[in-house]
Design a binder for this molecule. Structure first.
Ligand code: PM9
Length: 468
């Protein structure tokens, strides 16, 4: 039972989620013994756990959100024609209306769009600057023969920095890079809004405008990763002077207008369980992408999605831009983050858009980074309560493509990603308490040794064992 009676009287008015719950899915608690067995069998990798062994699942906010009744109604209107499904045209309409791009190429999910885009735009030897790497994005850039170079501001690599726009590009770093390699070797700037690996941090409108000016001057395209752009726009509305009275949807349109295209995983902002797309303004790029998509994803009017999925995405895009929705979504993340910060748990500041990121380096100074402290902390949290999180540190960063050496990033984080419209405030309290108690006992956590390392995106399938 929740202990509400012992709370002091309120000193302010609260607000609540702009929805009520119509259908529930039971979740199951487990015993410590069961969890010990499950995590051992999973090789201390939370990606390898069975979801039925998880109590509160904060592995990812990707494809895990709850759809609305309007989205579910749309699922029943799936037009499953092989070609020219009406749901594709609804999706195209939504992308044009909310993001403003001319052409849309659907894909089964974000990485499908990244694959197509990388193949169309990148030539071997090219350099792709961006505001911090993302795992799948960088891999597709590399597989196409390119090299990703990080040009994000230094503050982004410092968990304690309270910079309000840690997703900003460092314009000096970018200019130096363009001078060093020449604009002809840079097919596009890869700009994420928000920046996942930095802790869900936004880029400011002012910074993107500057980046645009520089890119135009050198004739370089900007491609956004617009996967969580509504969350980015919300932060702009909340933090950027002069933006406070603009609706999120309007800010999203302006952000997109400062770019030439975007890759999108519709599994995040867009509130769908599967789906994604590439959107561009350039007809020639579109023609090539539209041709390639039939090789790797499916016909250009479904790209690997069922008609019903495209409808869910089209409707999800519209819902994702509603101010009330986005305030509740980011507000829930903030609620969890504030509890942890108040209780002295080191987290990435400011609190991000899609999750709270624990600073494993600060929490576990006794574990060297080569023994993967964030991975170890993720396992310890699961063992404590059945809460599933994701490592976002050295394991995720992988190896340098030229030398095979491990990257040892400054950020060694555990991400508690919050699915949209899924968990309640009581779930957040349970999560916060578990993190707090794990933090209290942190000296007992031991490092891990990797016993199996897959070649690509190793964090998904790697296996570990505790170091003696
Ligand atoms: N992000 C996440 O949990 C899914 C698993 S980790 C690869 O954060 C961005 C910013 C993402 C993202 C996936 C993708 C790829 C692109 N950009 O998962 O292929 O956060 O739909 O999208 C995950 P898909």
């Amino acid at each position: 039972m929740r202990d509400t009676l012992r709370r002091p009287p309120p000193t302010r008015r609260s607000w609540a989620e702009p929805f009520r719950i119509k259908m529930v899915e039971p979740v199951r608690t487990t015993t410590r013994e069961q969890r010990e067995r499950a995590i051992r069998e999973a090789g201390y990798n939370t990606f390898l756990l069975r979801s039925e062994d998880v109590y509160i699942d904060l592995l990812t906010d990707s494809g895990t959100s709850a759809m609305s009744d309007w989205q579910w109604a749309g699922m029943m209107l799936g037009d499953e024609a092989y070609a020219g499904s009406k749901n594709f045209y609804h999706l195209e309409e939504a992308v044009r209306k909310y993001y403003g791009y001319r052409y849309v190429v659907p894909a089964h999910q974000g990485r499908g769009a990244e694959h197509i885009l990388s193949r169309v735009l990148i030539k071997p030897g090219d350099v792709i600057p961006g505001n911090m790497y993302f795992t799948t994005t960088r891999l597709h850039q590399e597989l196409a023969g390119g090299t990703f170079v990080d040009v994000i501001i230094d503050e982004a690599h410092d968990p304690a920095s309270e910079h309000p726009f840690k997703g900003n590009v460092d314009l000096d770093k970018l200019e130096r890079l363009i001078r060093e390699h020449g604009a002809a070797r840079i097919p596009y700037l890869s700009i994420a809004a928000t920046v996942n690996m930095a802790g869900g941090q936004p880029i400011s409108l002012a910074n993107l405008r500057e980046v645009r000016r520089l890119a135009e001057h050198h004739g370089i395209r900007i491609i956004l990763d617009a996967t969580r752009i509504a969350e980015n726009a919300y932060f702009i509305q909340q933090r950027e002077p002069g933006q406070e009275n603009r609706p999120v949807a309007e800010i999203v349109r302006e952000l997109c207008s400062l770019s030439d295209g975007a890759t999108v995983s519709a599994k995040k902002d867009a509130l769908a369980n599967i789906g994604g797309f590439l959107a561009v303004n350039d007809e020639q790029v579109y023609d090539e992408a539209r041709n390639l998509v039939v090789v790797y994803e499916g016909l250009h009017t479904y790209g690997g999605m069922a008609g019903r999925d495209m409808e869910a995405v089209a409707r999800g895009i519209a819902e994702s831009m509603e101010d009330e929705h986005i305030r509740a979504r980011v507000g829930q993340v903030e609620y969890l983050g504030n509890l942890l910060a108040d209780w002295g748990v080191p987290i990435v500041k400011p609190i991000g858009g899609h999750g709270v990121f624990l600073d494993a380096r600060a929490m576990l100074p006794h574990i060297p980074q080569t023994q993967y402290p964030a991975q170890a902390l993720t396992a310890a949290l699961y063992l404590d309560s059945g809460v599933r999180a994701m490592e976002r540190g050295a394991v995720s960063a992988g190896r340098r493509k030229e030398t095979g050496e491990e990257y040892l990033p400054k950020l060694e984080l555990v991400r508690l990603a919050i699915p949209r419209r899924v968990y309640t405030q009581a779930h957040m309290d349970v999560v916060a308490e578990s993190v707090y108690f794990v933090h209290q006992e942190r000296e007992k956590i031991r490092g891990l040794r990797m016993t199996y390392e897959p070649r690509y995106l190793r964090f998904f399938q790697a296996r570990f064992e505790p170091v003696e």
